[in-house]
Design a protein around this ligand. Structure first.
Ligand SMILES: NC(=O)c1ccc[n+]([C@@H]2O[C@H](COP(=O)([O-])OP(=O)(O)OC[C@H]3O[C@@H](n4cnc5c(N)ncnc54)[C@H](O)[C@@H]3O)[C@@H](O)[C@H]2O)c1
Ligand SMILES: [Zn+2]
Ligand SMILES: [Zn+2]
Length: 372
């Protein structure tokens, strides 16, 4: 039986070990990919802690990883849009196309969504099986690298939906980003790239993260909640931000985001407060001041080409979010390390083979665009 290297945990919160496991086959209607890059997201940490119901339902052992790009090595039966050798970007939500939400054009809340790294083994491996490919997977433009495309698999596309679609950012507005890890920095990047005359207020407990947020207004949340709320009030003339986002998923980031939203403003919940204290929301303020609280989950796969085109045109630079390129073993350790904090920016696995074998260079010469 053919095998491959993959990072596996056999107990929740237990060691994540790189080992040989059976190589998957191409699923019906899907693709078998050689994984070229896979990010380490805090949602992988939630899963490893046993806090993701899909992984609990799937059962252990499990291979995480949902922020990935790769090369098609085999086509499943019935897959029509791809060829072996295609470079592809994979969104973490693989919608079904036939449930009530898909019928309402709400694929991000598909009732039967597949998610590599949650409902099925993920991209912390040399190969990954991706079903529902024709509907969900995108070809990468030749100019886009695997590292850039992988960042679109989760946090950059999620940030785009949160800021632009659910958050409805308008030119001239002030946006407060609470938590500037991988997702928060992606939101800062999107807001600065997409919005005309947009002012970004970046909040994080890490001085390094504040510095990486590229903005004049970065506030260190180590100073406490009152300090953050006072500073946001101070720089917004006492009104608060037009749009706020909890991009970290902690009680403090959620609560501060709501408290820092202006009358009639919008607060978008993107971080998943699955760990630690449950947020306590001042609902009277939400009612009296007509503050909208809006959820946001991933991005529709049909919007992925828009983001890929922005990257190809140099309008978005996901590579600037990637702080570390690591091996499969180091990626596994990076999940475990989230027990005690967050990495700076995005940590991306780009080396999947063992030290002896070595990986081939990650960027093969760009293919000529295919004639459809
Ligand atoms: N809704 C979605 O579709 C979606 C998609 C991707 C990630 N997520 C969730 O988004 C969250 C962020 O993911 P990530 O990978 O960017 O995480 P991360 O660990 O990289 O970032 C978290 C950031 O929050 C900062 N932080 C911690 N406490 C803080 C506080 N009190 N005030 C301000 N900042 C604080 C940390 O220093 C860090 O920079 C997670 O909950 C993840 O599960 C949701
Ligand atoms: Zn993620
Ligand atoms: Zn569906």
């Amino acid at each position: 039986m053919a095998t491959m290297r993959a990072a596996v945990y056999t107990t929740f919160s237990g060691p994540i070990i790189v080992q040989e496991v059976p190589k998957p086959t191409a699923p019906v209607g899907g693709l078998l990919l050689r994984v070229k890059a896979c990010g380490v997201c805090r949602s992988d940490y939630h899963g490893w802690k046993g806090l993701d119901s899909d992984i609990v339902t799937h059962g252990l052992p499990f291979t995480p990883g949902h922020e990935l790009s790769g090369v098609v090595v085999k086509l499943g039966l019935g897959t029509t849009k791809f060829q072996v050798g295609d470079r592809v970007a994979v969104p973490f939500i693989l919608s079904c196309g036939s449930c009530r939400q898909c019928a309402r054009n709400r694929p991000t809340i598909c009732e039967a969504q597949g998610q590599p790294g949650f409902t099925m083994p993920g991209g912390f491996a040399e190969f990954v099986a991706v079903p529902r490919a024709d509907r969900n997977v995108s070809l990468m433009p030749p100019k886009v690298s695997f590292l850039q495309a992988a960042a679109l698999g989760c946090r950059l596309t999620t940030a785009y939906r949160a800021v632009m679609q659910q958050g409805r950012l308008q030119s001239g507005e002030t946006v407060g980003v609470f938590g500037c890890g991988g997702l928060g920095l992606s939101a800062v990047m999107i807001a600065l790239a997409a919005g005309d005359n947009v002012r970004v207020l970046a909040v994080d407990t890490s001085e390094e993260a504040c510095n990486k947020a590229w903005d004049l207004h970065a506030f260190n949340a180590k100073e406490g909640d009152e300090y953050i709320r006072a500073r946001v009030a101070e720089v917004t003339g006492g009104f608060g931000a037009d749009l706020t986002l909890d991009t970290a998923g902690f009680a403090a980031t959620c609560e501060n985001a709501v408290w820092c939203t202006r009358r009639g403003g919008r607060m978008v919940q993107v971080g998943l407060p699955l760990h630690g204290k449950e947020p306590c929301i001042p609902m009277a303020r939400v009612a009296n001041q007509e503050i909208e609280i809006i959820g946001s989950h991933g991005l529709a796969a049909t919007d992925m080409p828009v983001l890929l085109a922005m990257v190809a045109a140099g309008r978005l630079m996901p590579e600037k979010l990637v702080q570390r390129e690591v091996t499969l073993e180091e990626g596994a350790k990076a999940i475990e390390a989230m027990d005690t904090g967050s990495p700076l920016g995005i940590t991306m696995i780009t080396r999947f083979k063992g030290a002896k074998e070595g990986d081939e260079p990650n960027e093969p010469p760009a293919k000529m665009p295919r004639v459809a």
